[in-house]
Design a protein around this ligand. Structure first.
Ligand SMILES: O=c1ccn([C@@H]2O[C@H](COP(=O)(O)O)[C@@H](O)[C@H]2O)c(=O)[nH]1
Length: 294
């Protein structure tokens, strides 16, 4: 029986903690790492992050945009990095932020989540501007293959506020913010799947949301306290630490009970350590995180 993504994520967090390092080959980081700003540089950068993460933490998150810059050659480098990360037993979240009408977004699901696909990852990030219902085909595909997805709800950037705090003005979700609506609908999805598949007793759902750590979630209309009571609990991908200003010590106050299913993402604040110190830096960050969550 294929384990669900939620089960694999839960096991990974139990073993290594919730730290996830981004594979974000910014130009300034390639320079600092002594690597060229070319597809070969990206490949080397990605493989070194995989090496440093392997055996130290459990999750990596390649930022697809940096690979896309180089077209086919960038994607070829990415394919090697994804394969190496998965072969090392890391959980790979492709931060691709895909979204479209259902008939097209399904193809994104095929690309990122189908076993054997050149870009196979364990989970992909999605954007719900077309409505979370449009993403249902990807959620179904993910479930069939033991994969996952994280849907943008309250993003960490300052520009997100006006759109994501706009309120729903009709239907049975009247008064929810856009961020709250996405989080509620994803929570509902996980609960409906658990009900359909009760025998597995899942601890974490397989479809999660992105909730930026730089935000007061209640201001965005996301009630972490009530969402955290759901079974299975919706996993949360949490960017915004370090470079964007959020601190591990604030996790419990930001995410409340959702902290139990959180994936804590750091990119620049870890990667700035450079390739030879990266493994130690990740170990330090993982220890700080464990302290903050104890
Ligand atoms: O709301 C969001 C969604 C995604 N991200 C991505 O996470 C990393 C953050 O990088 P840092 O260097 O740790 O700031 C990056 O890939 C973003 O695209 C996000 O920051 N916020």
């Amino acid at each position: 029986m294929t384990r669900t993504f939620g089960q694999r994520l839960h096991a990974g967090i139990e073993q290594y903690g919730p730290l996830c390092v981004g594979i974000d080959p910014h130009g300034f980081l390639l320079d600092a790492w002594g690597l060229p700003r070319t597809p070969a540089g990206l490949r080397e950068f990605g493989l070194r992050v995989v090496d440093a993460a392997s055996g130290t933490i459990g999750i990596v998150k390649p930022q697809i945009a940096f690979f896309e810059v180089f077209g086919a050659a960038g994607f070829s480098a990415l394919e090697e990095v994804l394969a190496a990360a998965r072969a090392a037993g890391l959980i790979v979240i492709a931060d691709a932020k895909r979204g479209d009408i259902g008939s097209s977004v399904d193809a994104y699901g095929d690309a990122w989540l189908t076993p054997g696909s050149p870009l196979e990852a364990d989970a992909v990030t999605l954007a719900a501007y077309t409505g979370t219902g449009a993403l249902a085909g990807v959620f179904d595909l993910a479930e069939r293959h033991g994969k996952g997805a994280f849907v943008l709800a309250a993003t960490s950037n300052p520009e997100s506020q006006t759109l994501q705090t706009a309120t729903v003005h009709n239907g049975d979700r009247l008064g929810l913010t856009v961020a709250g609506l996405v989080a509620t609908e994803i929570d509902d999805w996980n609960r409906s799947r658990a009900a359909a598949d009760h025998a597995h007793g899942r601890e974490l759902g397989s479809i999660g949301v992105v909730l930026g750590a730089t935000k007061n979630l209640l201001d965005y209309g996301v009630d972490a306290r009530s969402l955290g009571e759901s079974a299975p609990m919706m996993p949360v991908l949490a960017p915004g630490f370090g470079h964007q200003g959020a601190r591990f010590d604030d996790i419990r106050s930001i995410y409340g009970p959702l902290s139990a299913g959180i994936v804590v993402s750091t990119s620049r604040s870890a990667l700035a350590a450079g390739p030879s110190a990266l493994s130690d830096t990740l170990a330090d960050q993982a220890a700080q995180l464990a302290g903050a969550l104890s």
